[in-house]
Design a protein around this ligand. Structure first.
Ligand SMILES: [Zn+2]
Length: 488
């Protein structure tokens, strides 16, 4: 297996921040991912007060209240995964998910920090709404959390930034024909308005996350499909990629130009098209500050006509052709893709049913936060992506881009002890019964993966052990970027 070839180094090193020789927790490990040592090394960790206080050989670890033995052939200790694209539906749509159920599913999936999206009701597009959401989430979160605010009200943007927004999310669309998930208050159709918002976000130094789309063009295409009666899940998928993906590509083209003129830290969401990767590579080659997100759906689910036929509306939203999915794996491996985030977007099965006959009326999205680590580690085992690269995309790069590194996304002395232990040899077959999201279903039922999270630790606290979530609501802490400029 690919990860069996890692070069194990026993550093025989011991570094303590404090003089204390008795700590809360020691994790014994012979396969730990640490960026500062260039990859996977043989090193144990000591944790005290929620922070990593020692890193080195097992013999040099201090005495501890509790010892976790993570040695053994398949075990891997890595920085907890960070998901910057979670739709927790709270407030407003809590029959689909709420902050507690979403955070519980995250803990089960090996995620130690979630950042949720603002298409909730009321959307957090003012300081007051943002503060209310933050206070409510604090009582429910099991793992640590941040919020992407809605960046559609320019005068509120500097105020929300000061209140600790993780980033600002903008949808380049507002739904017609259905009233969710892209409702008004979170989307922008007018490019002058988008230009104003980019200028405002640029001054905060925070990242602007954009769902790319050219709505005017998309509406022309959608109307053609509706007029012909091609509105089931198949018609919707075809419309999504019609005319050589013009709706999404025209959106991305606009974003690249607006980034160039405003200097905003642009983060383009769910990129999955060969032509899009070419455009983004070119822009970055000219020095533009553009990062990108890939979703597991376009790697494991909606890139196959077979799964579209089988799961229909339960799997849609987006669709991408298999050849485009191949280009996305290339982008992940060559560094054009910056992060992987789940786009965990639960809806009730009953809300999705209409999509079998009219997908244009069904809300888009599917659950993912509990499932994606298994799918990614399985890809590592299959040699599709190197282990280190997968960890960087799902944790380290995320922390770096959003300004929470090295407090988060890093296993080193001084960092928060946010740790996921995975077993790279463990085989797991997904079932409906294990789903913790309120939506109650998974599109991966019956799929077997090799490689699965077995323990999730947030600031030294075990929140998941062998699939059982033992963390309590309210224990998660609010996280905001460590350094950014707020110019007013
Ligand atoms: Zn989304």
């Amino acid at each position: 297996m690919a990860w069996d070839n890692v070069f194990l180094v026993d550093m025989g090193e011991h570094r303590l921040m404090s003089k204390s020789n008795h700590v809360d927790l020691v994790i014994k490990s012979d396969r730990t991912y640490a960026w500062s040592y260039g990859g996977v090394v043989k090193a144990s960790l000591a944790i005290d007060g929620g922070k990593i206080v020692a890193f080195g050989s097992e013999a040099n670890m201090p005495k501890a209240e509790k010892v976790i033995d993570a040695t053994g052939q398949g075990k891997l200790v890595m920085p907890g995964w960070i998901d910057t694209h979670a739709h927790f539906r709270d407030p407003g749509f809590t029959h689909k998910e709420d902050f507690e159920t979403g955070s519980r599913a995250a803990a089960a999936g090996g995620v130690t920090l979630t950042v949720d999206m603002p298409n909730v009701n009321p959307p957090p597009n003012t300081l007051e709404r943002f503060e209310a959401k933050k206070a409510d989430a604090k009582t429910k979160a099991i793992v640590d959390f941040g919020h992407n605010a809605s960046g559609v009200v320019p005068e509120e943007i500097p105020k929300i930034a000061k209140a600790g927004a993780f980033g600002f999310k903008i949808f380049q669309l507002i739904d017609v024909g259905r009233d969710y998930p892209h409702m008004s208050g979170t989307g922008i159709r007018d490019e002058g308005h988008l230009f104003q918002c980019f200028k405002a976000v640029s001054k905060t130094g925070l990242v602007c996350l954009v769902h790319p789309n050219n709505q005017a063009i998309y509406e022309v295409i959608a109307k053609e499909y509706m007029d012909r009666g091609e509105v089931d899940h198949r018609g919707y998928a075809r419309a999504f990629v019609a005319y050589q993906n013009i709706a999404v590509l025209a959106g991305i083209s606009t974003l690249i130009l607006l980034q160039r003129s405003t200097g905003v830290k642009l983060h383009i969401l769910h990129v999955n098209l060969r032509r899009a990767w070419e455009m983004i590579r070119d822009a970055r080659g000219h020095g533009q500050d553009i990062s990108t997100e890939v979703n597991p759906a376009s790697l494991f689910l909606t890139n196959s006509w077979d799964t579209i036929e089988k799961w229909g509306p339960l799997s849609l939203g987006s669709y991408c052709r298999p050849e485009d999915s191949v280009s996305t794996w290339d982008a992940l491996n060559d560094g054009t893709a910056t992060v992987i985030a789940t786009d965990h977007a639960p809806h009730h099965k009953s809300e999705k049913e209409i999509g079998w006959t009219n997908m244009f009326k069904s809300p888009g999205g599917r659950p993912m936060i509990q499932e994606y680590m298994g799918l990614m580690l399985d890809s590592v085992n299959k040699g599709i992506i190197p282990l280190e690269k997968a960890i960087q995309l799902c944790s380290e790069n995320v922390a770096r881009r959003f300004g929470v590194f090295p407090k988060k996304g890093s296993l080193d002395v001084g960092a928060d002890a946010d740790i996921t232990i995975a077993d790279l040899k463990k085989k797991h077959t997904y079932t409906q019964e294990e789903v913790l999201s309120k939506c109650g279903y998974t599109c991966f039922e019956g799929r077997e993966v090799q490689g699965f999270p077995v323990m999730t630790i947030v600031r030294g606290r075990i929140v998941m052990q062998e699939g059982a979530v033992i963390g309590k609501p309210g224990e998660g802490e609010f996280v905001s970027p460590l350094s950014h400029t707020v110019l007013t």
